[in-house]
Design a protein around this ligand. Structure first.
Ligand SMILES: [Zn+2]
Length: 410
């Protein structure tokens, strides 16, 4: 008889950065699993945590004791008694004041700085016009963060700042490399912000930040999703890929630029040097260009996607056709990515999702026609769970991720 392994481990250990499963590591992992259960199900009793986690009651009691001592969690309504005089189980909650998380969502036109508590409630939000001089602008943001720290001094700790950036990001070197929408080049964002705030800074590209926000905070139906594809439709087209619960960043930290897969070898030349990239057909820039061509000499000249969407909502024929054509191209590209990645859900973000009723049937029809695996037809394609700035939620999630994610062991 063949003896089959009872587990489903598949990762090759990383011998260049060994993290053996010692006692400290196990303690950290269990502690974070408990914090995740609390975040998801609070208020929750120790007995319920034991049931969900599979850990025994003594271990739960030890870890919750440590978390209480560390002010990470609080007991809710302690001291109550039941009608027959017994002590009811004391539910536990995350202590929202334990951590104040900073998120900075930098876009070409506008930057938003937000402070959220440990329960993901935004307590402060300020917006600025994004400056062309990166150093001057980041120093200004740093100063604002210092002010917010003083104003919200009831937080026990500020563990860091998450920054979402609209372009190529190398989060090893901490640099923002380049962007087509912002004139910043090789900007040491991490170094500049850390120097001015004295807090750890984590950066990532906005599509990947948005993907992270979806896997951590997306709608309830995604709660058990481990593999997700996020398609950010903006001036350009970029993707974020979540594999087994973690962001895929690639060997050089630039993964996700699927917008530069050619879909027409005879197409127009792209800024990346190739011809007929997906980006040239399905980005906001492409939709606006198409509308201009369809409109001809009649109608208004539109350069902002929000305005074009308003026209679609008002029933404008050329604007609707421009968006429908973009939906077809989105469907074509997404089909290829579903065939290659087999995600459990595809999430689309951007202004274009405001007319979801117009684009969804076309995207679904395109994908149904060309998917390889019959089962792939059932893969849900959804608009982002966050109507306003998924990338801001993502910037905050970068910091939360550093507090609640579990490490790869080995
Ligand atoms: Zn290209």
């Amino acid at each position: 008889m063949v003896s089959r392994p009872r587990h489903s481990f598949t990762r090759k250990p990383n011998l260049a950065d060994v993290k053996a499963a010692g006692h400290d590591m196990l303690r950290l992992v269990n502690r974070r699993i408990l914090l995740n259960i609390l975040s998801d199900r609070q208020p929750i009793s120790r007995a319920e945590i034991a049931k969900i986690s599979g850990l025994n009651k003594a271990t739960i009691s030890t870890i919750t004791g440590e978390l209480l001592k560390d002010s990470c969690i609080v007991e809710e309504g302690s001291g109550r008694t039941t009608p027959i005089g017994g002590k009811p189980p004391t539910p536990l909650r995350l202590n929202s004041k334990r951590f104040g998380l900073f998120g900075v969502d930098i876009r070409a036109d506008e930057t938003i700085l937000a402070l959220s508590d440990f329960n993901n409630r935004i307590v402060a939000r300020v917006s600025y016009e994004t400056g062309a001089d990166a150093t001057v602008f980041l120093q200004k943001i740093g100063k604002e963060i210092r002010k917010l720290r003083v104003k919200y001094d009831s937080f026990i700790e500020f563990p860091g700042i998450g920054v979402s950036l609209p372009g190529l990001v190398d989060n090893h070197s901490g640099k923002f490399l380049l962007s087509v929408v912002l004139p910043w080049r090789d900007v040491p964002v991490v170094q500049l912000l850390e120097k001015s705030t004295d807090l750890p800074v984590i950066i990532d590209n906005s599509a990947r930040c948005s993907a992270l926000a979806e896997i951590w905070h997306g709608k309830a139906q995604y709660a058990h999703v481990r593999n997700l594809l996020y398609v950010a439709v903006s001036t350009g087209l970029a993707c974020g890929v979540v594999i087994d619960g973690g962001l895929y960043r690639g060997g050089n930290n630039t993964a996700g630029q699927f917008g530069h897969i050619p879909i027409d070898l005879n197409g127009n030349e792209c800024r990346c040097g190739q011809r007929g990239c997906w980006d040239l057909y399905a980005s906001d820039k492409a939709t606006l260009k198409r509308y201009g061509e369809l409109r001809g000499t009649s109608g208004k000249r539109i350069t902002v996607m929000r305005k074009l969407i308003e026209l679609v909502e008002g029933g404008d024929a050329a604007a609707t056709e421009a968006v429908r054509e973009t939906a077809r191209y989105l469907g074509i590209g997404i089909t290829g990515l579903i065939n290659g990645l087999d995600p459990e859900v595809v999430v689309i973000g951007g202004e274009i999702t405001k007319v979801w009723g117009v684009i969804e049937p076309i995207i679904v029809e395109e994908t149904k026609r060309n998917l390889l695996a019959p089962r792939s037809n059932g893969i849900p394609i959804r608009p982002s769970a966050f109507e306003v700035r998924p990338s801001l939620k993502g910037a905050l999630t970068l910091v939360q991720n550093s507090l609640l994610s579990v490490p790869h062991m080995g």
